[in-house]
Design a protein around this ligand. Sequence first.
Ligand SMILES: [Fe+2]
Ligand SMILES: [Fe+2]
Length: 239
Amino acid sequence: MPFLDTTSPAPAAENDGLPDFASSAYKSAYSRINAIVIEGEQEAHDNYIALGTLLPSEAEELARLARMELKHKKGFTACGANLGVEADMPFARDFFAPLRNNFQKALTEGKVVTCLLIQAILIEAFAISAYHIYIPVADPFARKITEGVVKDEYLHLNYGQEWLKANLDTIREEFDQANRDNLPLVRRMLDGVAADAAVLQMEKEDLMADFLTSYQEALTEIGFTSREIARMAAAALVG
Ligand SMILES: [Fe+2]
Ligand SMILES: [Fe+2]
């Protein structure tokens, strides 16, 4: 049984153990994390519009998803302003460059499976995990906005899942290669953001675990076998 020292002061109950949102360390980390989120939402918008050119019969639905991403971008821009933080957009554009380049290359080659894997599975699962882990440690303003956003991101993940599921017989080879090319990039992105995320009280292991959960659930839903999923998830380790 642990020894209880009843004389020591109670932990900072005034803010329920939340970070000090006004500290310079918090604001500095937030300027990069907030920028990543804003850039991520903008690129998600652009990617869904681009996907509509590959899937003309789906263009209207994809434009609807794209509009949600712009709404998210607006919300997160307000979160930064609310804390008096200026988002470091050049940092965020660099952060997304490898994944963006791969998406653009697949787009010019007409590879819809690769584009869907990058945006609707990997980026959406990455966003969902980041938002999940952020919500309990966010300031009240940002928490409310993020809770609304995360519901939409599930719709987007679901969109990708359903399309890939309907085409499972023909996608395996391209999906597997695209996964091997892009899953390691997501892991590197997590590594790259870990120090700033920790300042926001978001732990890297929690981010990774939540990401892998959403990612593996999506692969299950698409119809891959557990052996295929284990092999694909292992690409995160070897890339
Ligand atoms: Fe979004
Ligand atoms: Fe999304």
